[in-house]
Design a protein around this ligand. Structure first.
Ligand SMILES: *Cc1c(COP(=O)(O)O)cnc(C)c1O
Length: 354
């Protein structure tokens, strides 16, 4: 069946009259703003935070559009990409009726956001090498599957998914295919944003939380066909991205030097850390990574996790995930942090001998 956005959207969302803020209704540059019950005397802090922010983030979108070679109408900006994940589920999935599909082991938020919305989750496991099992995905999809979530590079496994496989799924499925590219700046292959024009059912998520170094700011991006973006704008809280976040994000995007430099350092450290960890006796496997973290299989994940925690070094124990048995997920830190991590694991090994 062919993709048809209007048929896919929940009825209550299609017919919804969205909240309309005074600031959006007024066209042109006003002289005096007495429409939004703000404090006209100003804020108690530096920047102009007494005014509500631009609900559609025009300046920021213009900049993001230029950087990514898309039209501003193809961009949604959220309070983190987690907001886009939640909104997409709410737009397309009827609670208690529809479902989403994920490919575990993968990012946990798809499942949590579905659970909050009373939307079921179908699973099509990644294959042995953590690649997409396309036949398994296509046979797991049922008539109530509305969204397929793919994560590339995948968290926590670190690998990129095949573009050919993603295209095959997007072409065969009449629902939405979300590709989460939170770690794309660390990857050896480019973004799928370039393919949006040819695929009206594709949504690409990115974020300022990782390579841009702004996790505390909460700015996430969704790139998609303008009709899908319009739906996201319709259901989002009107002022979901704060003025402080919009201004800071714009400042960051205008100067990509920090991004480029820290990505370069992270990639060099990823290589060094991979080699150093591979030399350790307790490390059984360091999986190849296209992200800023390493999935590492060790002899005793819980034991090592606990030892590192006692040295106040926090890594993520992923050994509870099927397919990630005895695995820790370790973020690539600064040069010095990585040195300390390696030293601590060496000491852990010594402590086991004694
Ligand atoms: C970190 C991460 C995100 C980022 O979420 P934000 O809400 O933008 O901070 C999204 N997807 C994956 C897979 C991640 O690992």
């Amino acid at each position: 069946m062919a993709f048809e956005l209007n048929r896919l959207v929940r009825d209550n969302i299609r017919t919804l009259t969205p909240y309309s803020s005074a600031r959006v209704e007024h066209v042109g540059d006003a002289r005096i703003y007495l429409d939004a019950n703000e404090n006209a005397f100003g804020p108690p802090v530096g920047i102009r935070l007494n005014r509500y922010p631009d609900p559609l983030q025009a300046s920021l979108k213009e900049r993001i559009a230029a950087v990514n070679g898309v039209d501003p109408s193809q961009i949604f900006i959220g309070n983190g990409s987690d907001e886009a994940i939640d909104l997409l589920i709410r737009i397309f999935c009827r609670p208690g009726v529809d479902n989403i599909l994920t490919c575990p082991p993968t990012y946990g938020m798809y499942e949590v956001a579905a659970g909050i919305n009373d939307v079921a989750v179908k699973h099509a496991r990644l294959d042995e090498g953590f690649g997409i099992d396309v036949p398994r995905v296509l046979t797991t999809i049922d008539p109530n599957t509305k969204i397929v979530f793919l994560c590339s590079p995948n968290n926590p496994t670190g690998n990129l998914l095949s573009h050919v496989s993603i295209r095959t799924i997007a072409d065969a499925f009449d629902g939405i295919v979300v590709v989460d590219e939170a770690y794309i700046h660390y990857a050896s292959r480019g973004s799928l944003v370039a393919e949006l024009a040819a695929r009206p059912n594709l949504v690409v998520l990115q974020t300022l939380s990782k390579a841009w170094g702004l996790a505390g700011l909460r700015v996430g991006l969704a790139f998609a066909d303008a009709d899908v973006i319009e739906l996201l704008n319709k259901v989002k809280p009107p002022y979901n991205v704060s003025e402080a976040a919009q201004e800071t994000a714009l400042e960051a995007l205008n100067d990509p030097r920090h991004l480029n430099e820290t990505v370069k350092r992270t990639l060099a450290e990823r290589k060094r850390l991979t080699e150093a960890l591979s030399d350790l006796v307790c490390v059984e496997r360091v999986y190849p990574s296209d992200a800023n973290f390493l999935l590492v299989r060790v002899a005793d994940a819980r034991g090592l996790h606990r030892y590192l925690a006692s040295k106040r070094i926090v890594v993520r124990d992923r050994s509870g995930l099927s397919g990630c048995e005895q695995c820790l997920r370790i973020t690539v830190g600064t040069e010095q942090e990585n040195d300390e991590l390696i030293l601590a694991i060496e000491n852990y090994e010594k402590s086991l001998i004694h």
